[in-house]
Design a protein around this ligand. Structure first.
Ligand code: ZN
Ligand code: CA
Length: 517
């Protein structure tokens, strides 16, 4: 009898504890690892400095010499060593957006300094690629040539040209827009730390945006990262410049560009893809919703999220399945969007959706493994990554277990039946990339964020909360700037969304009222 009660008690405890703790992972550790991954892909003379991986050192010291420039630095793209324009700028822009949005999370998890230095490693390189106001170099290394080499980047020799340049005769509005946004965000993250450096970033961001806007067209890449639209990137750049500079022209541009369709003719307001190196429509629509509060953007976001949550193919194990090449990066991109929108709306189903995808990545899946290397108990031992692998193509040695632990890397992911093929040559499953990890960092920060979601009915400019923006709000704004103790709807007063209420917002409110009358 006594024994039976003891067993019942154990059963009861099991019943209580299992549902409470199942699927709850150590997100802070995963976040730390996901940021450290970037050290593995550092390029240039300082690649071995401030690097958590002792098997990485300086590499590719002649980058840019063929065009008379120092284009060393930046990051290798994935398991290879090319520095591609779009994914590099995408990774910088999404990581920087995460920092801007979730700064407290990074501070509380002890990852702030590392992410900040990683962001600066990106921006140092992007600035080097922009030697004058009308020039931007956006690819170093030839894809075909580079992929024929398997070995550590430190030992790589041979053909490594500066492939493409944007200037007055060669357009690359996609790369220029994405890079501009990355640098404006760097300005926002760095303005209190180093005003001179951040001003340099902002000036470059303005110039790159003008280059992309004045000479519209796709970047010139041949086989890798062919983009499907440059309007999304220009719009993304314009929205961030509007937030910083308050110039109405940027907002007009952003609202015009975001409605332009991609090469496939997709309607941006009924978009089924998600945030990735090629597609910034959704994050841009989110920013425009934040800035303007317009229903068309809210509806477009909800259309996309509803499609993902309720209609998109789902694996038996619960993973949203958009594409078989690097499927997890898309699930993480969409989950980041769900979390940023959750913070606006407080709609718990958005957070649950993001958590379900993240938990799948971290180990709650039929393959019973973590898709983040070094996290949990079981992960890919054969990531498609030359530096971590440590072997060469000779005798098929590169198919052996990787010599080094590629800590924090998100691998491509499973097939549509949740099966994972852990084979270095099956790169659609096992490759890692700087763009993959960017979304992962955003999701981990978003899930750790405990900011109370804002009221979803805030009208920008409606400081007194009476659902109308009128001269009463204008008077209230002026009084508030003289006396910040006044009670106003803070979020409504921050017209440009830069988290500070100041004279810039005052000017914007006046313009809004003049336009309305
Ligand atoms: Zn390198
Ligand atoms: Ca694009």
């Amino acid at each position: 009898m006594r024994k039976k009660s003891f067993i019942s008690l154990l059963l009861l405890l099991a019943l209580i504890t299992v549902p409470l703790f199942a699927g709850n992972f150590d997100y802070a550790t995963a976040l730390r690892y996901a940021i450290l991954f970037y050290d593995a892909n550092k390029c240039g003379p300082d690649a071995g400095v401030d690097n958590v991986f002792d098997w990485r050192d300086s590499c590719h010291l002649n980058d840019g010499a063929d065009v008379g420039l120092d284009l060393t630095g930046g990051f290798h793209d994935a398991g290879d060593h090319v520095k591609f324009g779009l994914p590099q700028a995408y990774a910088a822009s999404v990581l920087s957006w995460s920092m801007y949005k979730y700064k407290e999370v990074f501070q509380e998890t002890g990852t702030y300094q590392k992410l900040l230095s990683t962001l600066k490693y990106f921006s140092d390189y992007l600035l080097k690629c922009h030697p004058d106001p009308e020039t931007f170099y956006y690819q170093v290394g030839d894809g075909g040539e580079d992929h024929a080499y398997w070995g550590p980047p430190e030992e790589q020799t041979g053909y490594r040209p500066t492939m493409y340049v944007a200037d007055t005769s060669n357009p690359a509005s996609d790369v220029l827009g994405m890079t501009s946004a990355a640098l404006t965000l760097m300005y926002l993250n760095y303005r209190d730390i180093d005003p001179g450096y951040s001003a340099h970033c902002l000036q470059a961001a303005r110039e790159l945006y003008q280059m992309g806007r004045n000479n519209p067209g796709y970047c010139e890449v041949s086989a890798y990262y062919i983009s499907s639209s440059y309007y999304d990137d220009l719009a993304w750049a314009a929205a961030w410049l509007y937030i910083v500079d308050g110039d109405e022209q940027y907002l007009e541009d952003a609202e015009r560009f975001v409605l332009e369709r991609n090469r496939n003719g997709d309607n941006p307001l009924q978009h089924r893809w998600t945030m990735c190196w090629d597609d910034m429509y959704l994050p841009e629509i989110f920013k425009l919703y934040q800035i303007t509060g317009k229903d068309q953007y809210k509806n477009a976001l909800e259309y996309n999220l509803d499609y993902w949550m309720n209609s998109l193919e789902t694996t038996p194990g619960g993973l949203k399945y958009l594409d078989n090449w690097g499927v997890l990066r898309y699930a993480m991109g969409e989950s980041m969007l769900a979390l940023v929108y959750y913070r606006e709306t407080g709609n718990e189903s958005l957070r649950e959706f993001a958590k379900s995808q993240l938990d799948y990545v971290l180990g709650d899946n039929p393959a019973n493994m973590s898709y983040v290397i070094g996290f949990g108990n079981r992960w890919s031992l054969h990531p498609h990554h030359r530096a971590a692998n440590g072997y060469t193509y000779a005798n098929g040695d590169n198919q052996k277990e990787a010599k080094h632990l590629l800590l924090g890397a998100l691998v491509g992911g499973p097939d549509r039946n949740d099966n994972f093929i852990d084979d270095v040559n099956q790169y659609q499953y096992t490759e890692v990339a700087i763009d993959y990890n960017a979304g992962l960092v955003g999701v981990l920060a978003g899930i750790l964020d405990d900011t109370e979601p804002g009221q979803d009915d805030v009208i920008i400019g409606d400081l007194n909360g009476d659902k109308i923006t009128n001269s009463l709000d204008y008077v209230l704004m002026r009084r508030y700037l003289l006396n910040t103790g006044l009670n106003i709807v803070q979020k409504a007063a921050d017209l440009n969304g830069d988290k500070i209420i100041n004279s810039l917002d005052y000017v914007l409110l006046r313009r809004t009222l003049l336009n309305a009358n």
